[in-house]
Ligand binder design. Sequence first.
Ligand code: KG4
Ligand code: ZN
Length: 345
Amino acid sequence: MNVLGIDTSCDDTSAAIVVDGNVPLSNVVYSQICLHHPYGGVVPELASREHLRNIVEVVDQAFAKAAIDQQDLDGIAVTIGPGLIGSLLVGLYYAKGLSFVLGVPFIGVNHLEGHILSVFLEESVPDFPFVALTVSGGHTSLYHVAGFGRYTSLGQTLDDAAGEAFDKVAKLLGLGYPGGPVIEKLAVEGNHEKIRFPRAYLTRGSLDFSFSGLKTAVALFVRKWRETGEPLGISAADVAASFQESVIDVLVQKVMEAVEKSGVSSVVIAGGVACNKTLRDRLIEQAASQAVAVFFPRPAYCTDNGAMIAVAGYHRLFRGERSDLSVDVRSRFPIDDLEPILFDR
Ligand code: KG4
Ligand code: ZN
C-alpha cells in the first residue's frame, strides 16, 4: 500500500511516499530555517506563505524520488494538528484536493502519533508495549504505547517544551535558530559542571515536565554575567553545556521512571531534540544498566517529516479508517481524541 504523507505543521514543508508503513521510497523536506533565522524563532505568517509557495513542488519531488505515478497511490495521510493553524491549512487542503481528484482515501493524522511511530521506518523496531518520549520544539510528552493507535498520556510539559528551551537559550546567547544543534555543538567545548542550573522534577512521582524555570535561570545568569563582565572564566560554552546537562538529567530521569512505572522493557525517543547525541548516549547508558532497550529514529526522521505521517496514516487506512472532506485543522489536539478525524468507516 503506497501512502503519501504530508506534514506542514510548523516550518518544514514535507512529503514522503512510504510502502506498507515501513519502507520509505522518498522523504522530501523543504526547510524554512533560513527564512526564520533572523527572527530567532518561527514567524507563523511567514511560515504559512512559504508552505503555500512550496507544497506543490515538494509533493511532486516526493513522487519523482519514489519513482511512482500519482495513479499508483493508495492513500494520503496529512497532519491536521497540533501545530500552527495557517501552516496546517496548506497541507490539509492540498491533501483534500489531491484525494478528491485522484479518488484515493485520505486520513487526518495527529503530528505526535507521527513522531511516536517514526521509529517504524527503521530496521530495528520495538515490540509493544513501550514508553515513548516525544521531545521537540512544540512538545515534551511521555506516552504508554500499547499498539498502533493505542496511546495513553503519562505526562507532558506544563509550560515550555524542551526544544523551545534550547531555542530560547540559543537566542539569549546570540546563537540563532534553531537552538538545539548550535547549543549541542557549543556544549562540546564547555564544562557542564561550571554552573548548576535548576532541574524541575516537580512533585514526587510526577511524569510532567517544566522548563520555563530553567530558561529564566539561564536568562538571569546571562544578564548578570554580561553586566559584570565574564567572571571566573565562565564561557558561553560552559553555559550551553550546563543548560543542556540540566535538560538531559530531567528527560533521562523521567523516561526511566515512566519505564519502571509501566513495567515495559523498551523505550522510543522521537522528535527534534532526540537528535541530541549527548541525550542519546546518556539514555542508552542508563537504559542498559536497567536492561531496557532504547530505540531512536535516525535524525532525519526525528525532526518533522512526511514519512512519519505516512506511517501513522497507513495503520489507520489499513484498519479502514477514513477522514471526510469536512475534517479541519487543530492547533491543540490530544493524541487520544479521535473525534475530529471524522471517521467514515
Ligand atoms: O520535531 P521538530 O523538527 O519540530 C517540532 O515539532 O517542534 O523539532 C524541532 C526542535 C527545535 O526546538 C530544535 O532546537 C530541536 O528540535 N533540536 C535539538 C537538536 N536538533 C534539533 N535540540 C537539541 N539538540 C539537537 N541536536
Ligand atoms: Zn514535530
